[in-house]
Design a protein around this ligand. Structure first.
Ligand code: G3H
Ligand code: 13P
Ligand code: ZN
Length: 334
């Protein structure tokens, strides 16, 4: 049993309370490799932002849970080396799908876990989430649950269409499970194809697809039921069109990729939404820089010559999100 506290990590409790009262959101960036982790930490340190490093089941299988845990421990030391006296870094399991997976992460030094029972019948979701909470809270590890189903694929949890969270269920769910935060469904979804062209309108000036707005009425109804309770938004990549264009220009083929407009995320971050999950935008930034480097320097074969620009591009993206979208900059103790 390794306690996250020995690794210098923190759980989400205080961080979320400050974010909700301060009207901003904590970035939850997925990672599975060193360059992503370095870019996230450099961006968090330079902007003085708390940050959640999150690991999906797929990332854990790809990179190895033990290595990821040491990387998170390394991230704390790296942040200090970069001049951050009091880094606030959470190591979080994203979309845990079983009690055993959550337990394994808690035992290995994760400071926060998500148990995603959103595809289960309501009572089974409650029972599974409660079981994880009972275990996690013994070690002061915080737990995120989910109600409502996002469109697309949530790891192995598949849903054909989005089912918004039912505001009338949230009080019962939070009370019965004891979760520390709640992921909700208000129209976001995972990946780079969040809406079909048929669901969008076309901007006459740019010719770009404009997606339908998020269901802010559902968010407001949830906030009324649970005043001040930490709410989480998954599927919150904006799919920057300049990165999509760069990928397509240098041999990629991303057609009609569309994300959540940043002004909608800014609005959400000012509400009880205190954790915003971003993975796809980092993948796009990394891929765009690598494709460009390959095209411009075809004779180069030193990975540092393409992973370096990829890291720079991700860092720029993370800083932009922190400062211009989530508003979590300048929130660390000096
Ligand atoms: O929620 C999904 C995350 O973007 C993780 O995706 O399962 O491909 O690692 P992944
Ligand atoms: P995106 O695919 O929109 O980046 O969402 C990531 C996410 O929700 C991870 O849990
Ligand atoms: Zn997610």
């Amino acid at each position: 049993m390794v306690s996250y506290k020995e690794l210098g990590l923190v759980n989400t409790r205080k961080m979320f309370a400050k974010a909700v009262s301060g009207g901003y959101a904590i970035p939850a960036f997925n990672f599975n490799n060193m360059e992503q982790m370095q870019a996230i930490i450099m961006a968090a340190v330079e902007t003085k932002s708390p940050v959640i490093l999150q690991v999906s089941k797929g990332a854990r299988n790809y990179a190895n849970q033990t290595l990821l845990r040491y990387m998170a421990q390394g991230a704390v030391e790296y942040a200090k080396e970069l001049g951050c006296a009091h880094p606030e870094i959470v190591l979080h399991l994203d979309h845990g799908d079983s009690f055993e997976l959550c337990k394994s992460c808690i035992d290995m030094g994760f400071s926060s876990v998500m148990i995603d029972g959103s595809s289960l019948p309501y009572d089974e979701n409650v029972a599974l989430t409660r079981k994880v909470v009972d275990y996690a809270h013994q070690y002061d590890v915080t737990v995120e649950g989910e109600l409502g189903v996002l469109a697309g694929v949530e790891d192995e949890v598949a849903a054909e269409e989005s089912h918004y969270t039912k505001p009338e269920e949230v009080i019962d769910f939070v009370t019965k499970t004891g979760v520390d935060s709640l992921a909700i469904s208000i129209g976001t979804s995972h990946g780079a194809y969040k809406f079909t062209p048929e669901q969008c309108t076309v901007d006459p000036e740019t010719g770009r697809l404009v997606p339908p707005p998020l269901a802010f009425d559902v968010l407001e109804a949830i906030e009324k039921k649970l005043p001040g309770f930490p709410i989480v938004l998954h599927g919150s990549s904006s799919v920057p069109q300049d990165e999509v264009d760069t990928i397509n220009q240098y041999g990629g083929s991303l057609k009609a990729a569309v994300g959540i407009p940043e002004e909608q995320l800014r609005k959400a971050a000012k509400s009880a939404v205190c954790k915003i999950n971003i993975d796809s935008d980092s993948r796009l930034a990394m891929t765009a820089a690598i494709r460009k480097a390959f095209a411009e320097k075809p004779a180069e074969f030193d990975p540092r010559k393409y992973l370096g620009p990829a890291r720079d591009n991700m860092k720029k993206l993370y800083e932009h999100k922190i400062i211009n979208v989530l508003g979590s900059n300048d929130k660390l103790e000096a």
